[in-house]
Design a protein around this ligand. Structure first.
Ligand code: MRU
Length: 347
């Protein structure tokens, strides 16, 4: 296991490594009420689909602690309000809704208990979601390692590592597993404009782990592929439609197109909970549009004129025909995805 603690429950609070400050500062944010956590999700102090889902589950526990002295009806109402507000923080990563749904269903089975016991049971469920996420990532790593050649140059986009999950990571989980298996791998890290999750977080994680890596600007990937410097692409996912279309960080789509042009396989690493059984095509996945300031400035330093019009979608859709396989904890799903995804959701 890696040493990075992204999310930790301690003394009735949720402690999050503040991803906005990395790699310059390793700071931790203490959330002791669900509003602070909701803000941390919105402003990307905690980010990455699984990490958002896991922390939101603890957010429901925070609400139960805040409301513990209320009468039962008002206590339950308060927790339900927290679930609703947490679900409104970010629209694309389905893990958020998956995990809040699970907490809501759990709450509905606990209504005959007293407030203290409801809180205890909700905390148990949140711990379960946390532990399952780590176990899932380790399995994804084991399956994914099967498609990594003994000598491999891998490119990854954004951060799908320990910092984006409860620990270990999905795409970086595969990379960790291959490195641990003594494969001779080297990782090209896309910096991932505009918020630099690649250069700030993925580069930081890989260096910490001693995995050979090289940072490039996003626009350099095609050139590196043309020069045969890259053998495979692996990235994570925020939501997967039942036809295999994948929503991931903006730039994943263009990376996949250039990979196709150079006959380089694109793998997506994600837990089954990232598949949305209610969405049949990527066209129906809601794409988050973020604040203009994220393009006009970085960390408070202006990089464009204030008056310029900005378009800032945080995610894009990679169509399933560009994807060689979806690495999950149940194995690698292959085309035709409608069929392999249906089977994976069934068993
Ligand atoms: O906006 P972010 O930083 O939350 O976006 C994160 C990504 O796009 C990740 O690649 C995705 O959530 C998978 S994380 C295992």
């Amino acid at each position: 296991m890696n040493q990075i603690k992204t999310i930790e429950w301690r003394n009735d609070s949720l402690i999050l490594i503040d991803c906005r400050e990395l790699p310059m500062k390793e700071e931790y944010l203490v959330c002791n009420n669900y509003n602070t956590l909701a803000m941390a999700i919105k402003n990307l102090a905690v980010r990455g689909a699984p990490a958002i889902g896991v922390s939101a589950a603890y957010g429901v526990v925070l609400a139960s602690i805040e409301a513990k002295n209320r009468d039962k009806e008002s206590f339950v109402d308060y927790i339900k309000k927290a679930i609703l507000e947490l679900s409104e923080t970010r629209p694309t990563a389905v893990n958020l809704f998956w995990s809040l749904n699970r907490m809501d269903n759990k709450l509905n089975t606990l209504l005959s208990l007293n407030n203290e016991d409801i809180k205890k049971e909700l905390l148990k469920e949140a711990h379960k979601i946390y532990n399952e996420d780590i176990k899932t990532n380790i399995k994804i790593g084991i399956y994914g390692n099967e498609v990594v050649d003994l000598n491999s140059n891998i490119i990854t986009h954004c951060n799908a590592g320990a910092l984006a999950t409860a620990g270990y990571g999905t795409a970086l989980g595969v990379i960790r597993a291959a490195h641990k298996d003594n494969k001779n791998i080297h990782v090209y890290v896309d910096e991932t404009r505009p918020l630099l999750q690649g250069s700030r977080m993925t580069a930081w994680e890989l260096l910490k782990e001693g995995i050979p890596s090289t940072l490039i600007a996003d626009s350099m990937a095609a050139h590196a592929m043309k020069l045969n410097k890259i053998d495979m692409v692996i990235f994570g996912a925020d939501r997967i439609a039942t036809n295999g279309d994948v929503a991931n960080k903006i730039g994943s789509y263009s990376l996949s197109i250039v990979a196709k042009e150079h006959n380089i396989p694109v793998y997506v690493a994600a837990p089954i909970s990232t598949i949305d059984p209610n969405i049949s095509s990527g066209d129906d996945i809601p794409i988050e549009i973020r604040d203009d300031r994220e393009i006009i400035e970085f960390h408070g330093v202006q990089t464009a004129p204030n008056e310029i019009n900005v378009y800032n979608p945080a995610f894009d859709i990679t169509p399933s025909h560009l994807i060689a396989g979806i690495i999950t904890e149940k194995g690698i799903l292959r085309p035709p995805y409608k069929l392999s995804i249906k089977k994976a959701l069934e068993f």
